[in-house]
Write a protein that binds this ligand. Structure first.
Ligand code: 4AD
Ligand code: MG
Length: 460
């Protein structure tokens, strides 16, 4: 048995081959049929010529439908047809399973909205197949990048009792009976009787635990699912998404920005080098600037400006934004995209944000107003990466936690990291699906993860 990808790259025709896959289309000639077969190994399918003299031709093979699964044995021959190098001249065809006429993926082009309703079948389309191969390839690239640079892969927990972002957007993990929870004497839900003896949640970030390991291993990264119960029904947010979070001891903000830039550029170059066929498909069929965006990002230095400068540039632009531009505001997606798409026309790293709009763990600058945060913004997406230097001074951190209305006793172990051999350190998080949007040119984040989770939807 061979994969189509390997067959199509053979140096010459002649070999006996066996292909297993799904029929995309059948066309009939006089006394024979053509099948276009795809097996997921690459975007291209292979054409098979099914002669009418095969024993099961009349009874079965001339009725094979779109979506049926088949095994085709035969000879690989040079194809006389346009646009394909080889085809298979079948001498034995076995039908594993027919797809009846209600098969939801008929030959016509389906909308991405429709495909989301059949997420279990959509990997059989060209678009989602290409997304899936690219996702696989980029996951491998993530590990290659960090492994080559001496970062240690750490598996941080999915279930946690701490809120890493302090934003309270967590999904509760509990085995209590929601209809009839145990109550304390004061009449409140008694989490002491819950599975973990206290409230627990799905993690919003592996960062805090990642910091603990960075304080021993020096350089670590995580790559895993994270969960946010923010009710943002946007094309850029998922309730379950994958994040890559490196954390490095003795790194300052500038080192962190260098690492993030190198990482993003590496991923772009990797996709261009390894996923040419799928990227060409996205460029031709989805968004004509995908390849140019990847090339531009891979080949040039990112712009770096402070938040304060970014606000000045946005004000000076005279553009009429939906959210007015004021120092201290959270930079909205419209501003992010204006900076990267209109003003600089390339990726931009914005650094040193007002502390009020950033998480409690970010290191305070001497001006007392800003923190050592940085976001990487890219065209078409806006925020791709969020990171910072961490507050390593225990006393400053405690007062920040309190200022943010959080309970410092819950962060006891996180504070220990500062009390016992604390050191400067920094890290960031890259939203994997945001990068997938950038690399595919697709518009909706629900199309770049196999089974998207968003408000009102956890089907499949
Ligand atoms: O900026 P965020 O919230 O940063 C953190 O979680 C830090 N703990 C990271 C760190 O310093 N270790 O999220 C990081 C990135 C964002 O820039 C964005 O790309 C992505 O995660 N992201 C989401 N992606 C999809 N759906 C969501 N709901 C997302 N929220 C954040
Ligand atoms: Mg962020």
């Amino acid at each position: 048995m061979q994969r189509i990808k390997d067959v199509l790259t053979l140096p010459s025709a002649g070999a006996a081959v066996e292909i297993n896959g799904w029929v995309r289309t059948r066309r009939d000639g006089k006394g024979f049929s053509f099948y276009e077969v795809n097996d997921g190994s690459c975007l291209s399918g292979i054409q098979a010529v099914i002669p009418g003299d095969l024993a099961n031709y009349e009874s079965e093979l001339c009725h094979v439908t779109t979506g049926s699964s088949v095994r085709i044995r035969g000879a690989l021959v040079d194809s006389p047809g346009q646009g394909q190098r080889y085809e298979v001249r079948a001498d034995d065809v076995f039908v594993y399973g027919m797809a009846p006429s209600d098969y939801p993926l008929q030959k016509k082009k389906h909308s991405l909205e429709y495909l989301r309703e059949i997420a279990h079948l959509r990997p059989r389309t060209n678009t989602i197949g290409a997304v899936t191969r690219l996702r696989n390839s980029l996951s491998y690239a993530v590990h290659t990048f960090f492994q080559e640079r001496g970062f240690c892969y750490v598996h941080t927990p999915i279930i946690t009792a701490s809120d890493a972002e302090g934003a309270g957007e967590m999904f509760r993990v509990s085995t209590l009976d929601v209809e009839n929870p145990p109550k304390t004497e004061e009449g409140r839900v008694d989490y002491g009787k819950d599975f973990f003896g206290k409230p627990a949640n799905l993690t919003v970030s592996g960062q805090l635990e990642g910091e603990a390991y960075a304080m021993a291993m020096g350089r670590i990264y995580t790559f895993g699912p994270t969960f946010r119960a923010e009710n943002s029904n946007t094309a850029r947010h998922l309730a379950e998404f994958w994040m890559i979070e490196p954390e490095a001891a003795f790194f300052r903000l500038a080192d962190d920005m260098n690492l993030a830039e190198e990482f993003v550029r590496y991923l772009c170059a990797y996709a261009l080098e390894h996923n040419g066929e799928d990227l060409k498909f996205f460029n031709d069929r989805v968004n004509p600037s995908v390849i140019a965006n990847l090339e531009n990002t891979a080949s040039q230095r990112f712009e770096r400006i402070s938040y304060t400068e970014a606000i000045e540039r946005l004000k000076a632009s005279g553009n009429n934004f939906q959210y007015p531009v004021l120092w201290g505001m959270d930079i909205q997606s419209e501003h992010e995209r204006y900076l990267t798409e209109v003003i600089f026309k390339k990726p931009v790293i914005v650094h040193d944000y007002p502390k009020e709009i950033k998480a409690f763990y970010m290191r305070q600058n001497d001006d007392g107003k800003t923190v050592g945060a940085m976001d990487v913004l890219v065209p078409g997406i806006g925020e791709l990466v969020g990171g910072s230097e961490r507050e390593e001074r225990a006393d400053v951190l405690v007062s920040r936690i309190r200022e943010c209305g959080l309970d410092d006793s819950k962060y006891w172990w996180y504070l220990d990291l500062r009390r016992y051999g604390g050191a400067p350190h920094a890290g960031f998080g890259l939203g994997f699906e945001r990068f997938m949007l950038f690399a595919t040119g697709l518009q909706n984040i629900r199309d770049v993860i196999p089974f998207p989770r968003y408000p009102g939807n956890a089907e499949f």
